[in-house]
Design a protein around this ligand. Sequence first.
Ligand code: SF4
Length: 459
Amino acid sequence: MGGMKVLLISPYELGRQPFSLAHAAALLRARDHEVVLIDLAQGSLPREGLEDFDLIGISLGMHTATRIAASLLPMLRRKATQARLVCYGVYAPPNQGLLEGLGVDVVLGPEFENDLIALTEDEEPGRRAKVTFVVPDRKGLPALTRYAHLQLPGGGRKTVGFVEASRGCKYLCRHCPLVPVYEGRFRAIPREMVIADAEQQIAKGATHLSFGDPDFLNGPTHALRLLEALHERWPEITFDATIKISHILAHRDLLPRLREFGCLFMTTAAESFDDTVLGFLDKGHTGEDIPHAVALARQAGIAIAPTFVPFTPWTTLEGYIALLTQVRDLGLINGVSPIQLAIRLLVPQGSYLLRIPGFQGHLKPFTDAILGYPWASPDPRVDMLQAHLQAWVEHAEGEGRDRLSAFAGLWRLAHEAAGRKAPALAADCAGPHIPRLSEPWYCCAEPTTSQLARCAVGA
Ligand code: SF4
């Protein structure tokens, strides 16, 4: 039953051209539906004509997207009088109650495609087998040059294509939003689909591919075969991927091959150097593993960009200063986006953190305002410091400060909070400049006020 008018909306996807829209569009267009794609990070909703759509799907792949969608939904519900409103993605099921209260008719998870198709055929969702992947249809999305680009240390830049080679993850890190949904499962996207998607983006000017897989080495054989095929066809194309610390250690023998196939940098969720915190998060690595992973990456000629969750209910002032000290001593200041050093742990509905005995004692009641359970540190100075650091990072980024200058502010504020003077930072302590995407936001981070404001203007 073709012929429906469908609007798919992505509120925010880290500056990436959204796969979650393009893949659904390919499936729906193949069934003769008319599909309009809107990326709110790049444009705005049509002022007129919302009442003509039969179905509106909103992709909620990350926390920030959900916060933006929640602010838009009342208007959408009012104007889109005919449409079935559907929210889908990792962040949709944990926020089902809120979304339904805002007028959403159907809430689907990240494996949503078949159910979306079922809705266009007047079937109830949940009856079809696993989705068959097809080549995403990126027609109607803004040009790749409007999205995040790669900044090279020497000052050059590259247009980035955004691809996915797998979904889900085989680990059960307690703070990870994927875990309640995938429960330790992942699926490879067929190699020929990924290559065809890369091909269409390379034809549009991409010279670097950024893999959006939660962890690129969940299926190392799949990843390596794919890279080999890509490299054979486009030897000049570079790439980056997210690879966890324990995978860098376990697959150290693969690192030179990743480099040979064009890997410029790896993003890696270090989270903390504190083994107590890492144990609570069930990350599968220790603080001591991090320097080893950094050394292995550097030996292989691959830059490393660690991410952190520095503020948790177990963080102490001294522990935070120790984290900054490690970042400095490992020469990672230029490799870490400053916001990574101000992030506060998010505890969404269904989080595996809630299973830690006694953890609920840290929490206040769930609130829609942050789509999570607020928590307070046993030491109020830690919470105050986190708020100051986040404001500082926003200010420093607004002023265009470099990473060493932003880090120096964090360093000073942290020592002041502990009641002592910060030791001077050596001029050469920042470590190597590394390639980086121009939009460094981390998917589980609390959005900053300026970021929400910018998106609201776009919407
Ligand atoms: S944090 Fe990373 S490794 Fe852990 S479950 Fe999530 S995606 Fe997998």
